[in-house]
Write a protein that binds this ligand. Structure first.
Ligand code: SAM
Length: 289
């Protein structure tokens, strides 16, 4: 049996001029879209964060391409060449080592410059570790906040965590194995003991997910500097109970539009409070008490 996937049928429609932001696999090489392969095969210029990493992906699909290195260090130097290619009506594709470029990866400044120069930007969507982890964590998905990598030092990390602590959403962080325990410990201290998950080596041979509260995870020996790539997900905290003041101001406003019974129902629903208590309070407010 062949080690590599069979070469897929590629489109022979020429690419329109512009910048193509191409997502690539985060582990399993088969997680690439046919459209991504079309663009990698057909682009005039391919920007790669690490040409060896992208070279392996290309060769797995029988492709070869001259690449221009585009990482944090080479960005300034590479940009004039990229802009010149776009001016000449060429198609330029950008990939990072894994996942979606611009997501904790280079590319944001380039995209802004390309937009400002009036060229088109085409997304070629595909894998990203943040979304892959969200789908298996078992935490709410209706609202989530991607927070990227926490700072490496504990003081700065706690300040950073405090900034997102009151966002009512599942929080998603990227982290490295050696810093995992320290980050989980700081998260337990700043967020309290919320539900959380650690997803490691997604789509790869040693894919593992550990779920539990933050303090359980911080003490779990399996999470002691594990090897590989890691996403931490933290469930939303319990929303603060509404105060009597909140209830009064919501009721006062509702009473300008509605009779007391309906005002109490509306506020009870919005703040998750008892309707009968609110009705009594609405009557008192109406009487000027
Ligand atoms: N652009 C990428 C994306 O869309 O996911 C992220 C690039 S960022 C430099 C690399 C970080 O993503 C890793 O340190 C890890 O936190 C996370 N990551 C990437 N691949 C992963 C995988 N297979 N499993 C778990 N986390 C992964």
């Amino acid at each position: 049996m062949s080690r590599h996937p069979p070469a897929p049928p590629l489109s022979d429609v020429p690419l329109e001029p512009g910048l193509y932001v191409v997502a690539t696999p985060i582990g399993n090489l088969r997680d690439i879209t046919l459209r991504a392969l079309d663009v990698l095969a057909g682009c005039d210029l391919l920007l790669a964060e690490d040409t060896r990493v992208t070279g392996k992906l290309l060769s797995a699909y029988g492709l070869s391409k001259t690449m221009l290195r585009y990482d944090e260090h080479a960005a300034e130097r590479a940009r004039p060449r990229i802009m010149a290619a776009l001016e000449q009506g060429q198609s330029v594709a950008q990939v990072s080592d894994a996942g979606t470029p611009l997501v904790s990866d280079p590319g944001f400044r380039l995209v802004r410059e390309v937009i400002a120069a009036g060229h088109r930007v085409f997304p070629i969507p595909g894998p990203s570790a943040a979304l892959a982890a969200l789908t298996l964590a078992g935490l709410p998905t209706d609202r989530f906040l991607f927070a990227g990598f926490p700072p490496p030092k504990s003081g700065a990390r706690r300040t950073f965590l405090a900034e997102v602590a009151n966002v009512h959403a599942t929080l998603i962080f990227y982290e490295s194995g050696p810093r995992l325990r320290a980050s989980l410990t700081d998260m337990a201290a700043v967020f309290g003991d919320r539900e959380a998950a650690v997803a490691r080596e997604l789509t790869k041979l040693f894919e593992t997910t550990v779920r539990g509260t933050l303090s359980e995870l911080a003490a779990d020996p399996r999470l002691d500097a594990p090897k590989g790539e890691i996403v931490i997900l933290v469930g939303p905290g319990v929303e603060q109970a509404s105060t009597a003041e909140d209830a009064d101001s919501a009721l006062t406003e509702a009473l300008t539009r509605l009779p007391p019974g309906e005002a109490a129902s509306e506020v009870a629903k919005a703040l998750g409070l008892n309707r009968r208590d609110l009705y009594r309070r609405a009557m008192a407010l109406k009487d000027g008490r």
